[in-house]
Design a protein around this ligand. Sequence first.
Ligand SMILES: *Cc1c(COP(=O)(O)O)cnc(C)c1O
Length: 335
Amino acid sequence: MMTVDLRSDTVTKPTPGMLEAMWSAKVGDDVFGEDETVNTLETKLAGIFGMEAGLFCPSGTMTNQIAIKCFTQPLDELIADQASHVYRYEGGGIAFNSAVSTRLLHGDRGRITAEIIEPEINAENVHYPRTSLVVLENTVNKGGGSCYTLEDIKPIAALCSAKGLKLHLDGARIFNALTRTGDSASDYGQYFDGISVCLSKGLGAPVGSVLLASKETIKYGRRVRKVLGGGMRQAGFLAAAGIYALDNHIERLKIDHAHAALLAEALKGHSWVKNVLPADTNLVLFDTHEPAEKILAKLLEKGIKANSTDTHRIRFVTHLDINQEMVAYVIGALA
Ligand SMILES: *Cc1c(COP(=O)(O)O)cnc(C)c1O
């Protein structure tokens, strides 16, 4: 029986080429700023997005939390969609790390607009927390991989700039969004104060995320990273995997998207499936008539691993370690 792991795009293992790049990395003590592979990764990714500097961190949670700390003061408020990772899946870190409250909006599959943000910006008044930051997510994880185009983002950036708010992008799957929309990464930098990019999701590196921002923000962010325990030493072995991923695993994301589309199409044909969300990128969310747990158990009997995101909602994630044969096998098993 075949085993197919559709739980997350984080389950990928380094490829032989990636391992080779890791073995041969030139390393040093990154807390001293002496790991040249880490420095190369930070500079390279900042260049790709048209931003000044980068900060390599162990996780996307850390890059997001550092950004929030950099862009707010205690007692401030940030605005984000209710589905956002920074709010739902970072352990309450916004309040814990930054002493900031969160104003939640109800967007379209996690996507918010300038129109719905503007009325939620607090006026200057001693009763209200000071609104200082807007956080967007692209693609939206809980939205089923829904994405913003740059045209969607421009009015939000203009509003933030007019109101003196910072704008951060949780771009854990930004390359999936760029693959889908055709927008270019280099155009992104001008619209955001911070961008977080995950190397361990669709790109297939074992560990790591990079925060991109201005030199000044990254200088302070480096202090915050140290406080959070994220100052790593010979981290170049990990950064090398990230560089390899940027060079080799972006182009192929369209394969993951095609696989997701095939799975979504196949799901639509089955009576036990209630509803399938549009599979815009590499995430397929679908609702089931029976409890998700029951369906997941049946899938597991056939060697197919997946997760539920709600009592009656299942998520399939396609990634580097899912090939055409596996997709065909899953489609057969769904019947
Ligand atoms: C995975 C993910 C992160 C970061 O998660 P880590 O597991 O901490 O690396 C951040 N945002 C989104 C949208 C994610 O899917």
